[in-house]
Design a protein around this ligand. Sequence first.
Ligand code: ADP
Ligand code: ZN
Length: 530
Amino acid sequence: MASPTDLRTDDPVEVLRRVFGYDAFRGFQQEVIEHVVAGGDALVLMPTGGGKSLCYQIPALVRPGVAVVISPLIALMQDQVDALTAVGVRAGFLNSTQDPEARRRVEAAFVAGEIDLLYLAPEALGTRAAQALLDRGQIALFAIDEAHCVSQWGHDFRPDYLALSMLHERWPQVPRIALTATATSATRDEIATRLRLTDARHFVASFDRPNIQYRIVPKREPRKQLLSLLRDEHPGDAGIVYCLSRASVEKTAEFLTANGIPALPYHAGLDAATRARNQQRFLREDGLVMVATIAFGMGIDKPDVRFVAHLDLPKSVEGYYQETGRAGRDGLPSTAWLAYGLQDVVQQRKMIETSEGDLAHRRNLAAHLDAMLALCETVRCRRSQLLDYFGERSTTGCGNCDTCLNPPESWDGTVAAQKLLSTVFRLDRERNQRFGAGHCIDILLGRATDKVTQHGHDSLTVFGIGGELREAEWRGVVRQLLAEGLLAVEGDYGTLALTDASAEVLGRRRTVMMRREPERVATGRSSKPR
Ligand code: ADP
Ligand code: ZN
């Protein structure tokens, strides 16, 4: 039996006030806590910054025994333990980075019930030694943090999480609480199934983050566009810039630094010490910009991240939501900015086509990408579209996204689409050739480039029939057709190809409404002096 300490009490509200120094619970924290304290299982879906930690930390103090928290965030365990120690809660962690002496101390404290929370890496649970250890102590509850890591479709999949289904078999009396900021009902169901949380109560918070302003802009010169954003709207602010590749992370960090904005790189290609150092600096210093691949960010609790910028298209709406959700945990106005262009679509489609895995897997990736593209090309409120995706109905505009602040015109792009698709159709006969979007647009604009004349494409009937649109507009047409599945890209060179649905447009059975990009986006916010 754990020796009761003066922190322990039966009343969650009192723990909230005395230990954590907060006046009131947020959202459904109290319901979750009471449910778990009473021994029930729970599945908690709350956006980043919503306050998930208290949902298991307070039951850990109220229930007898030690709460075992399973977390994949090994690099952050020390921070989590330090934060708890600072408010007088006794906590320890066990992971592979620890020296044997420290490990023995924590194990002994667990068995003696001298700590309230034990953080454990998921891979440890698979070992006999860890299981035998847990049998020797009294377990108050299991908290499974970042529970979406069990989802095989997700981008954070951790194979070790699959083994967590044994918690229920081995310790059937111990309540379990799984927590995540990933919101779709498909992921939720997958978590419940894989973790055998069949009787768990589901607590699903609203995923709206009203203080985040969502903006998606056409990609032209992404680094320069980023620089203007940071200079005009976020001077001196801390933020995260996501890039797809390590090389692009490095280049962007150098570019920002050279332009007077202190930036650090973070990607899996850097050694562990550099990564840890950059992460610590980002957390502790003010006004640093972290330029990173998606390897960075999970579990990062920095309240004043003022912007999250994407220089490349995220692979899914889930990923986009999680990454942008790292902005504005403190509730103050923040920006989620994404630059997106034709090349992103071509590149990602190609990556899916050449990805390992079976057809079902590739289809799943493609469906996720399509949802992301739909968000980029929508003429609706971005927030409404985002919340819809997560199953929350919202009909009115939010007033705090680019489409609400500066509504894009939509225009009937059917004729333009037909012109483009006809061009692709004509080029399609020369199957062995590689004609990407640029070449098609050259033909439509009547540009007799070397490649055009070399292939005799200046004598095609479609040559020069597209003068009503500018090149950038044609690129927008291609992008939107790709986004809607009315056009496809094939092969290594981004060759455009027709799809089954293309025929509907060519046969005038389908109209295509398109988004006309506003010239400049008014943000409704003036830049603050600093
Ligand atoms: P999540 O894990 O859901 O991203 P956290 O548990 O890290 O969120 O909480 C986010 C922030 O909100 C933390 O700084 C936390 O201390 C604070 N917080 C949580 N619950 C409350 C509350 N009831 N009242 C005030 N602040 C809270
Ligand atoms: Zn809106």
